[in-house]
Design a protein around this ligand. Structure first.
Ligand code: ADP
Ligand code: ZN
Length: 725
């Protein structure tokens, strides 16, 4: 009898064996539909020797029902799924689900029926219908996708279809893909750039695993160098994946890509509409040499698990970025997974950054990555001058945050018709609102966090769970009016301060709140490029990617902010952020200046920035990491235990702590309340695990947790190489 082992995509289940009925011919990687109890589930055919499972007698096997008409997942992707699950202590099913987009994309047929609102209101408006209608405004997708999105049952949506509140639309998913033109508008590269580009092009031609660390200062023209490698891969008929950290970056990037290659790339990110994702997924797995297949995908981290037909190159731009680390579900670091995918695919991978992660530099030093450098800015641009403003001596007026030298700097720019950028990594108006009368503080009901005032939208919002209330006019505790006080600055408050000092200056607040969609981003970029904005006040959203020729002053409002909290990576992250935002200044022919406001001018981060001495910073950071047994010298992991019930969470965490293995090369700390001890309504405890590099960290954690049982409300998550702790 013909039997197959299937990785079933329900996380709770291990691999299962099925029989193959006549007429179906699944191969490893085939996506199949299989019966499971009364239901039908999706699964992937796996090599049984790689995926051990219970031996089921032939007589008890059930037959698979269908093999879906999509290309089988290739061996390289199957190895990546195995590696990711193993390394990050996740289930293979949860990793595999990232590779298969929605089931509608898998069903084939070339068209799919999607639904959207008609604008007609139902005669009977139940709370569920009401919730669905407001959640689905502007959305389009299958009933199942929309039900997930709106958090209602499929039956509610079917009811809306019957009541003509929603209508079906038949969508072509196999839309032809316009091929990119590798020789459309090649730039004249500088000699430095040419050397680097040639190195990449050669690696693409060689068709072998080759990891590169492209270390180039901001504005050195890194993008142009890897674009040459992209062009070569396209000429060879192979596909390219460019990973970008934040979706706000792409608008700018897509324009640039289109200018170079004549067409926009295929985009992949989580806030896309379902129908766009479905189409992108189908284009990615179609063979590009037969026409119709996507050649270049520009995507966020999850694009790493797409089933490329013929991948020839991966680029991770801004590879140091924290947002490559996924912090829920499968907790993986896309930078590391990208290197593994390149290894399994036997292709080059380029990690590009002006401020590489210490781990990446270490890998280059150890000879694992090939390091290529672009040490100077492209063209006439020079690196900006950086100076420190000591806030202990240069004190801003009461209730203000801009010290005299920074105010003077802005004034100069206004007089010269140039631009200034003020950086503060805090959205909203003020991080805390309290009552002067009774001391009441506005706190999130779902999280251990303050509500942040957003004056532009007149709301108080939690930045962790999204909980919002309209800004109150009186204290909910004592009932007093006019007693609510904003404490501390956010970007909106800094923009108010600029307006108060320079009433004629045109300011723009740039955060994920104000640039919430591609149209708003495009409008902002246009305004900034044409000089219609004098002062930009922004969060880390403005630290990368943008290139504004008139921008000659960058002010870091509070350089100490990122250093608070005792997080092991705080210093590195702070350094990277400030170096990146400083890199926005003086990118064209006009020289740039950077003013860093701080109370700790002697902190290694600040001193290294002011001296322009990156090596000094990395040397200090290396020592700190060595001392803490942190990567690359040792390894950390975290186990997060959570429940909606505080006592249950505490009890489960004690159970994990009480069964901790006693080993020489692994130390376990905790449990203790996690830094956000309440998050989205769940109480969280955390154990930290520090291991020597040689220790079998993952195996130890798996053995330890596999033996434990918890009540159904308890979740236990493992975070290998955690970012924030
Ligand atoms: P990085 O990614 O290293 O910060 P970019 O690739 O964004 O640098 O390049 C900085 C600026 O220099 C961009 O405006 C880019 O268009 C320009 N540039 C870089 N290389 C060239 C080139 N060879 N010819 C013309 N312009 C270039
Ligand atoms: Zn919250």
């Amino acid at each position: 009898m013909n039997r197959v082992r299937i990785l079933v995509l329900n996380a709770a289940l291990g691999p299962l064996d099925y029989s193959v009925p006549d007429g179906l011919s699944p191969v490893p990687g085939s996506v199949v539909v299989a019966p499971l109890g009364p239901r039908q589930v999706l699964g992937i055919v796996w090599e049984s020797e790689r995926l051990p499972g219970a031996e089921v007698p032939d007589a008890r096997l059930r037959p698979i029902l269908d093999v879906l008409p999509v290309p089988p997942l290739r061996a390289a992707l199957r190895r990546l799924i195995e590696w990711t699950a193993d390394y990050y202590c996740a289930s293979m099913a949860s990793v595999a689900r990232m590779a298969l987009s929605s089931s509608a994309a898998l069903r084939g047929g070339g068209t799919v029926t999607e639904y959207r609102l008609t604008g007609v209101m139902p005669s009977r408006l139940t709370p569920q219908r009401d919730a669905a209608i407001s959640a689905l405004d502007g959305e389009q997708g299958t009933i199942r996708e929309l039900a997930d999105l709106a958090g209602v049952s499929e039956a509610v949506l079917r009811g809306l279809v019957n009541a003509n509140v929603m209508e079906p639309v038949v969508v072509e998913i196999d839309r032809p893909y316009r091929p990119a033109l590798p020789d459309h508008a090649p730039p004249d590269l500088s000699d430095e750039q040419r050397g680097v580009a040639d190195r990449f092009v050669k690696a693409v031609k060689t068709r072998d695993f080759a990891p590169f660390l492209l270390d180039g200062v901001t504005g050195s023209g890194k993008t142009e160098t890897y674009f040459e490698a992209v062009a070569e891969a396209i000429r060879m008929g192979r596909q390219v994946l460019v990973l970008l950290p934040e979706i706000a970056l792409t608008e700018n990037f897509l324009k640039r890509f289109e200018a170079r290659f004549g067409v926009p790339p295929v985009v992949w990110h989580s806030s896309q509409k379902q129908s766009e994702r479905r189409r992108a997924w189908r284009q990615v797995c179609a063979k590009s040499d037969k026409g119709g297949g996507a050649q270049v995908v520009v995507g966020a981290r999850s694009a790493l698990f797409l089933p490329f037909a013929n991948l020839g190159l991966i680029v991770v731009d801004e590879a140091h970025e924290v947002s490559f680390k996924q912090d829920d579900g499968v907790r993986y670091n896309a930078r590391d997974v990208a290197v593994m995918r390149a290894r399994f695919e036997k292709i080059p991978v380029v990690l590009a950054s002006a401020t590489p992660a210490l781990e990446s530099l270490q890998m280059a030093e150890a000879g694992v990555y090939e390091k290529v450098d672009l040490p100077s800015r492209f063209g006439e641009a020079s690196l900006p001058d950086i100076a420190v403003v000591d806030l202990r001596e240069q004190v801003p007026p009461r209730g203000r945050w801009l010290a005299p030298p920074l105010v003077a700097g802005i004034e100069e720019r206004l007089e010269r018709g140039e631009q200034a950028l003020l950086f503060l990594n805090r959205r909203g108006y003020a991080p805390l609102t309290l009552c002067r009368n009774c001391g009441f503080r506005f706190q999130c009901p779902n999280c251990s966090a303050w509500l942040v005032e957003h004056r532009l939208s007149k709301r108080l919002a939690c930045h962790h769970c999204g909980h919002e209330v309209p800004s109150p006019s009186q204290c909910p505790e004592c009932g007093e009016a006019d007693c609510l006080t904003a404490c501390g600055p956010g970007v909106e408050r800094i923009a108010d301060e600029v307006a108060a000092i320079f009433p004629d200056a045109r300011t723009a607040v740039v955060t994920s709140d104000t640039l919430s969609n591609p149209e708003k981003i495009a409008a902002f970029v246009e305004a900034a490029e044409t000089g219609a904005i004098d002062v930009i006040v922004g969060t880390q959203l403005v630290t990368k990617g943008y290139h504004f020729p008139e921008l000659t002053l960058v002010g870091v409002v509070d350089a100490d902010l990122g250093l608070e909290g005792g997080d092991l990576r705080a210093a590195e992250r702070s350094y990277q952020q400030i170096a990146q935002v400083a890199g926005r200044a003086g990118r064209a022919s006009k020289p740039g200046e950077v003013l860093i406001q701080t109370r700790h001018p002697d902190a290694p981060v600040i001193a290294a920035l002011a001296a322009g001495d990156r090596d000094a910073f990395y040397a200090a950071e290396t020592e700190a990491r060595r001392h803490a047994g942190a990567p690359p010298f040792g390894r950390w992991a975290a186990i997060i235990v959570s429940s909606e019930d505080e006592a249950e969470a505490a009890e489960a965490a004690r159970k994990v702590g009480g069964t901790a293995p006693r080993l020489d090369d692994i130390a376990v700390y905790g449990p203790a309340p996690a830094p956000l001890s309440l998050l989205r309504g769940r109480y969280r405890y955390r154990l930290l695990i520090n291991a020597r590099r040689s220790a079998a960290l993952q195996q130890t954690i798996r053995d330890w947790l596999d033996d434990l049982n918890f009540p159904p409300g308890v979740r236990v998550g493992v975070d290998i190489d955690p970012y924030s702790f």
